[in-house]
Ligand binder design. Structure first.
Ligand code: CP3
Length: 339
C-alpha cells in the first residue's frame, strides 16, 4: 500500500511529496470520453461499476498516489429530493432551483444512506483494485446551497447572495439541512472505506470575510466535527483558501487545499505545523510546453522541499482541453523528485 498521502496528512512524510490532481478522472482523458459516449454524466455517477472504472482510469494511466472517487458534489442533491444533471456545454443544471423560504421548509427528511447508496457501492467496487488511498468528498454547504439557488453555474452567485442578505434565517436553515445530510454522506463514505475526505467549498471566494465567518466556516466546522470520531483526515479546498486559510484551520480540519494565489512557503510559516498544505500549481501551466510544465512543477517542489505535510496538487481542477502529456509530465516530475 502506498502511504505517502496519509503520511503527509499526518506530517510525517520524509520522502518525496504525494501527488494527485483534482478532476484527474475527467474529459481530458480519451478513455473517459470513450466510456462516456452514449451516456450522460449523471448516468455514469449513478452506476457504481462505471464510477469505479472511471475512478481507476487515471491511477492505471499515470499512477497518482491517491484516487478520488468519480462522482460530483451534486450527488447529495439526490438526498434532498432535487433533480440534477450536467448538460453538454452548459454544466450543472437543477430542474427546479430553490427560490423561497418555502422551498427550504418543504425539504423532505433525508435518507442519505438509501438515496446515495450508489456512492457507497462504487467505493466498495473500487477499493479492492487500489494500492493507493481513496479520497471521498462532498461539497461545502455554502457551495452546494449556491447550486440549489442558482440552478446552474453562475458568474456572480447573485441570487444566492441576495437570498443570504434578504433572509439570512432561511439561508441558515438551508445550510443546516445540507450540512446534516453531508455529515451522514461523509460517514457513509468512510464506513464504505475511503481513507481521507475533501470538502469542495469552491465558491466561498464570493463571500466577504464577515460573511465567510457567518455562512461558510461554521458549516465546515460542523462537517469536521461530524466525522471527527472516525479519525479520517479532512482537507478543505476552496478558491478562497488563500484568503481564509487561518480561519479554515479553526474549523478543525487536517489540511487545506490551496487555490493558485497562495505562496505555500509563506502559508507554512503562518499556519500551525499540524496543518497539511495541498496544492497549488496554476492549472493553466498545463497548457504550456512540456519543458515549462516540468520547470514550474520543480519550482513548486523546491519551495516545499522537506515539508513532511505537503501534498502536490493543482490550484483547481484539470480542464477538458488540457493535454494528457502535460498531466504525465506533472505526475512524473513529482514522482522522480529527490527530496
Ligand atoms: O476530481 C475528481 O476527479 C473527482 C470527481 C469530481 C467531479 N466533480 C467530476 C466531474 C469532483 C471532486 C467534482 C467536484 C465538483 N463538481 C466541484 C468542486 C470542485 C471544482 O471544480 O470547483 C464543482 C463546483 C462541481 C460542479 C460541477 N460538476 C461542474 C462545475 C462541472 C463541470 C461542468 C462542465 O461542463 O464543464 C461538473 C461536471 C463534472 N464533474 C465532470 C466531471 C468529470 C464533467 C462531466 C462530463 O461532461 O463528463
Amino acid at each position: 500500500m502506498n502511504t505517502l498521502l496519509l503520511d503527509a496528512l499526518n506530517q510525517r512524510n520524509h520522502r518525496r511529496p504525494p501527488v494527485w490532481l483534482m478532476r484527474q478522472a475527467g474529459r481530458y482523458l480519451p478513455e473517459y470520453a470513450a466510456l462516456r459516449r452514449g451516456r450522460s454524466f449523471s448516468d455514469m455517477v449513478h452506476n457504481p461499476e462505471l464510477a469505479a472504472e472511471v475512478t481507476l482510469l487515471p491511477i492505471k494511466i499515470f499512477e497518482m498516489d491517491a484516487a478520488i472517487l468519480f462522482s460530483d458534489i451534486l450527488a447529495i442533491l439526490d438526498a434532498l429530493g432535487v433533480k440534477w444533471s450536467v448538460e453538454e456545454g452548459v454544466g450543472p443544471l437543477i430542474e427546479t432551483p430553490f427560490a423561497t423560504a418555502d422551498d427550504v421548509r418543504r425539504l423532505p427528511s433525508a435518507d442519505v444512506r438509501n438515496d446515495v447508496a450508489y456512492v457507497a457501492k462504487a467505493i466498495r467496487h473500487v477499493l479492492p483494485e487500489l494500492n493507493v488511498p481513496l479520497i471521498g468528498f462532498c461539497g461545502g454547504p455554502f457551495t452546494v446551497a449556491s447550486y440549489l439557488i442558482e440552478g446552474r453555474s453562475s458568474k456572480d452567485l447573485k441570487k444566492t447572495k441576495l437570498w443570504m442578505l434578504r433572509d439570512p434565517d432561511s439561508f441558515h436553515a438551508l445550510l443546516k439541512h445540507v450540512t446534516a445530510c453531508s455529515i451522514a454522506y461523509l460517514n457513509m463514505q468512510i464506513e464504505a472505506g475511503v481513507q481521507a475526505v475533501q470538502i469542495f467549498d469552491t465558491w466561498a471566494n464570493f463571500l466577504s470575510h464577515r460573511h465567510f465567518l457567518e455562512f461558510s466556516l461554521p458549516y465546515l466546522k460542523m462537517l469536521a466535527e461530524g466525522v471527527k470520531e472516525t479519525q479520517v483526515p479532512m482537507l478543505v479546498f476552496s478558491l478562497a483558501a488563500s484568503t481564509f486559510a487561518q480561519e479554515i484551520v479553526h474549523a478543525g480540519v487536517q489540511g487545506i487545499s490551496f487555490d493558485r494565489g497562495a505562496d505555500l512557503q509563506a502559508m507554512r510559516r503562518i499556519l500551525p505545523p499540524e496543518c497539511t498544505l495541498q496544492g497549488n500549481l496554476d492549472p493553466d501551466i498545463l497548457y504550456a510546453d512540456k519543458k515549462t510544465v516540468k520547470i514550474e512543477v520543480l519550482r513548486m517542489l523546491d519551495r516545499m522541499r522537506n515539508d513532511p505535510g505537503y501534498i502536490f496538487n493543482l490550484g483547481h481542477g484539470l480542464k477538458p482541453d488540457m493535454p494528457v502529456d502535460s498531466v504525465k509530465v506533472v505526475v512524473e516530475s513529482v514522482k522522480t523528485f529527490k527530496p
